[in-house]
Design a protein around this ligand. Structure first.
Ligand SMILES: NC(=O)c1ccc[n+]([C@@H]2O[C@H](COP(=O)([O-])OP(=O)(O)OC[C@H]3O[C@@H](n4cnc5c(N)ncnc54)[C@H](OP(=O)(O)O)[C@@H]3O)[C@@H](O)[C@H]2O)c1
Length: 327
C-alpha cells in the first residue's frame, strides 16, 4: 500500500474510533476462529482417544464382517480385527484368496473363528444377498467394515469410460454397500451395539474430474454414512465414514509407502485407534492434507486434481502402449 493511501486510512480511522474498534474486533475474531479450528484439528488427529473395540464386542464372541477382505485394506482390517478379539467373516470374489487370509488369521490369532463368503458384488442379485443374509443370520455381528470398492482403471472423461466400468462402480460402491449395511444394521440395532465403518475417499469429499463416477459414488457413501449415523446413534450403533487419501494397494497401483501414502497395516491401525462417529480422516498425514484442502478455494483444489488426473491418464496410456508392443 502506498504511503499516501496509508495516511488516508489512518486519518479516517482516527476520525472514526468505532470503525477502528470494529476492525480490531473482526481481526481478533478471525484469529480466534483460525486458532480454534487448528487446535480442534490437532486434538482430533493426534490426541482424542478413539472408541475402544471392546464396546463393539471384541473378546466377547462377536463377529466382524469385512467386505473386500482378501487383499489390500480389507485384508488388513480382517487380520487386525481378528487379533483384537473378533471372529471374522471375510467376503470377496476369490475363494482361494479368502482361504489364504482365513489361514493367516488362524496362524496369527488362533482363537478367532473365520467364515468365508465368495460373492461378486458387481453382479450380485437378490439370490446372492439372500445367501449372505442366511450366512450372517445367527452371527452376533459387532463390526461391519464396508471396504469393498472399485475405481476407474485409469482417469478418463465420462464419455471415454467403458460402460461396464461405470456399471460395476455403481453396483459395488453404491448398491452393494447399501444392501450389505441394510442386512447387518437391524441386528446391531436390536443388540444395541455395533460399528458400521465405511471406507471413503478424498474423491468423495471434493469433485474429482476424470473419476466422476467413482467420485460421486464415494460422495454417496459419505452422505449415506452421515445420515445413518444420526439414525442409528439412539440405538447405540456407531457409524463412521473414513475419509482416505492414497494407501499402498493393488487399486492405488502405488507399491511403496511414504509419509502421505501409508501401507495398509499402518492405515488400518490408525483407523482402529481413532474410531469415532461421523466423518473422520483417521490417518495423520491424510488429515493434514484434508485440512489444507479445506482451507484452499474449491476451484483451486479441483483444478489441481484435474491436472493430476490428466497426467496420470497420459502416463497410464503410455504404459499400455508399451505393454501392447511387447505382446
Ligand atoms: N488404496 C487407496 O489408495 C484408496 C484410497 C481411498 C479409498 N480407498 C478405498 O479403500 C477400499 C479398499 O481398497 P484397496 O485399495 O484395499 O483395494 P484392493 O487392494 O484392490 O482390494 C480390493 C478388495 O475387494 C475385493 N473385490 C474387488 N472387486 C470385488 C467384487 N466385484 N466383489 C467382491 N469383492 C471384490 C478384492 O478381492 P477379489 O479380487 O478376490 O474379489 C479385494 O479383496 C475401497 O473402497 C477403495 O475405494 C482406497
Amino acid at each position: 500500500m502506498a504511503d499516501s493511501t496509508l495516511q488516508v486510512v489512518n486519518a479516517h480511522l482516527s476520525a472514526h474510533p468505532w470503525l477502528a474498534l470494529g476492525l480490531q474486533g473482526l481481526g481478533a475474531l478471525s484469529l480466534a476462529s483460525a486458532l480454534l479450528s487448528w487446535t480442534s484439528f490437532l486434538f482430533r488427529t493426534f490426541l482424542r482417544p478413539g472408541t475402544r473395540l471392546a464396546k463393539f464386542g471384541a473378546k466377547k464372541g462377536a463377529w466382524a464382517v469385512v467386505t473386500g477382505a482378501s487383499d489390500g485394506i480389507g485384508r488388513e482390517f480382517a487380520l487386525q480385527l481378528a487379533q483384537a478379539g473378533f471372529n471374522v467373516l471375510l467376503a470377496a470374489r476369490s475363494t482361494e484368496k479368502l482361504d489364504a487370509v482365513a489361514q493367516e488369521i488362524k496362524d496369527k490369532a488362533n482363537s478367532a473363528e473365520t467364515k468365508t463368503f465368495a460373492i461378486d458384488f458387481a453382479y450380485a442379485g437378490d439370490a446372492a444377498y439372500d445367501a449372505l443374509k442366511s450366512a450372517i443370520t445367527d452371527l452376533d455381528i459387532g463390526v461391519l467394515v464396508n471396504n469393498v470398492g472399485k475405481s476407474h482403471e485409469m482417469p478418463a472423461d465420462l464419455v471415454d469410460t467403458p460402460a461396464d466400468e461405470l456399471r460395476d462402480i455403481l453396483a459395488i460402491n453404491v448398491a452393494a454397500t447399501t444392501r450389505v449395511t441394510a442386512l447387518v444394521a437391524p441386528g446391531m440395532a436390536a443388540r444395541r451395539r455395533g460399528l458400521i465403518l465405511t471406507i471413503g475417499s478424498f474423491a468423495g469429499s471434493a469433485p474429482a474430474p476424470m473419476l466422476a463416477t467413482y467420485s460421486a459414488s464415494k460422495a454417496y457413501l459419505r452422505t449415506f454414512s452421515l445420515a445413518l449415523a444420526a439414525e442409528l446413534a439412539p440405538a447405540g450403533v456407531t457409524v463412521e465414514h473414513a475419509n482416505t487419501y492414497f494407501v499402498v494397494s493393488a487399486m492405488s497401483k502405488i507399491r511403496r509407502a511414504s509419509a502421505l501414502v501409508p501401507a495398509p497395516a499402518a492405515y488400518v491401525r490408525a483407523v482402529l485407534r481413532g474410531l469415532a462417529p461421523g466423518a473422520q480422516t483417521p490417518y495423520w498425514s491424510h488429515a493434514l492434507l484434508d485440512y489444507v484442502m479445506n482451507a484452499a478455494p474449491a476451484r483451486v483444489v479441483q483444478a489441481y486434481t484435474h491436472g493430476l488426473h490428466r497426467d496420470i491418464r497420459k502416463r497410464a496410456l503410455r504404459k499400455k502402449e508399451r505393454e501392447a508392443k511387447w505382446q
